[in-house]
Design a protein around this ligand. Structure first.
Ligand code: NAD
Length: 340
């Protein structure tokens, strides 16, 4: 029997998690919620998802728009084994009492504070700690991208310290109400950015300081990392570790990957919505100077957390061990298939 997954908030992350759950053989989407009867609500129905109203007072809006809903969010979560809360940042914490009342497990996203959940999660780094948990937070896109590479470097070579610069896409492509039109915005101006402390919610022993800048693009984040390693490692040693990990995708300038624009153009041919679930690391950027490793990676903000949500479901519901869950998730989403 498949486990029943409810998606509360069918936006950028929610629609991707819903589609990814639908691709698994051990779980199913029993419904998704929308606050308003907009084009995304219509799309959810068109795709065969059962639609529920996220805000009970808005039921009438759906009725007057002629959109059929199955009920309210309460009706949905009472039928679920687990809820994936994909509502906007900080709204998840407001939704939590509803999940507690219904006695249903819930996954929160990176826009929530760490204390919303018992654990901040990344599948490679701490899958086992999520086993059987009731409330787990999948860390943000930038943190997921950092944690994956740092976990691999730490387990293979040991990490003395990390200094990293995050160059952040200002908003997602669908936004039309906000954005940075022309400029570079230190975010924040005062050190550190929140990314370093957020990495430490998953890897508490890593000495990391991050600075961040927003730039006027919607296509991916870019991270420039400087990692002081404990053990000596050559560039080939690091490449070897990354090549063995399906959630890391190595690309090269010689193949024409000169910018995030080119990476996205390539991904448009491969995946629905050009979703890149992998960290995209420039092979040519990997350089070792003494015991310091440099590398540059691009992170597709809309997609990278999707496999982590699937693995979090399996861990919390004790459906599979780490290796089996990651293998199933990777296979179903074609992760690791496009190594070039
Ligand atoms: P979004 O705005 O695209 O989608 C949120 C959805 O939730 C919308 O459909 C909205 O109508 C709905 N919603 C609003 N109030 C709600 C409520 N009370 N109950 C249920 N649904 C409600 O946002 P998003 O980008 O998908 O972000 C969702 C979460 O994922 C946030 O915590 C965010 O920080 C995190 N996240 C976002 C990204 C990204 O780049 N978009 C990456 C990683 C993590």
């Amino acid at each position: 029997m498949k486990v029943k997954v409810a998606i509360n908030g069918y936006g950028t992350i929610g629609k991707r998690v819903a589609d990814a759950v639908s691709k698994q053989d051990d779980m199913e989407v029993i419904g998704v919620t929308k606050t308003k009867p907009d084009f995304e609500a219509k799309m959810a129905i068109r795709k065969g998802y059962k639609l529920y109203c996220a805000i009970p007072e808005n039921l009438e809006l759906f009725e007057s728009a002629g959109i059929r809903v199955e009920g309210t969010v309460d009706d949905l979560i009472n039928k679920a084994d687990i809820v994936v809360d994909c509502s906007p940042g900080k709204v998840g914490a407001q939704n939590k009492p509803m999940y507690e009342k219904a006695g249903v497990k819930a996954i929160f996203q990176g826009g929530e504070k760490k204390d919303v959940a018992e654990l901040s999660f990344n599948a490679l780094a701490n899958y086992e700690k999520a086993v059987g948990k009731n409330y787990v937070r999948v860390v943000s896109c930038n943190t997921t991208g950092l944690v994956r590479v740092l976990y691999l470097l730490d387990t293979n070579f040991g990490i003395e310290k990390v200094r990293a610069v995050m160059i952040r896409r200002v908003v997602d492509p669908k936004e039309d109400k906000k954005g940075l039109v022309n400029g570079i915005m230190p975010d924040p101006v005062k050190l550190p950015s929140h990314h370093g402390p957020d990495v430490q919610t998953v890897l508490p022993h890593i000495d990391i300081t991050t600075v961040a800048f927003k730039v006027p693009t919607t296509l991916m984040h870019v991270h420039s990392l400087n990692v002081q390693l404990k053990e000596k490692a050559s560039e080939d040693d690091v490449i070897d570790v990354f090549e063995k990990e399906p959630r890391i995708l190595l690309v090269s300038k010689d193949d024409g990957f000169t910018s995030t624009a080119k990476i996205i153009e390539w991904a448009r041919e491969l995946r629905i919505r050009y979703d890149l679930f992998e960290n995209v690391v420039w092979r040519d950027s990997i350089a070792v100077v003494g015991n310091e490793l440099y590398l540059t990676q691009a992170i597709h903000q809309e997609a990278i957390v999707v496999p982590e949500n699937i693995d979090a479901i399996r861990a919390m519901l004790e459906m599979a061990d780490k290796e089996e869950s990651i293998r199933k998730t990777n296979e179903s989403l074609d992760i690791g298939k496009f190594q070039i």
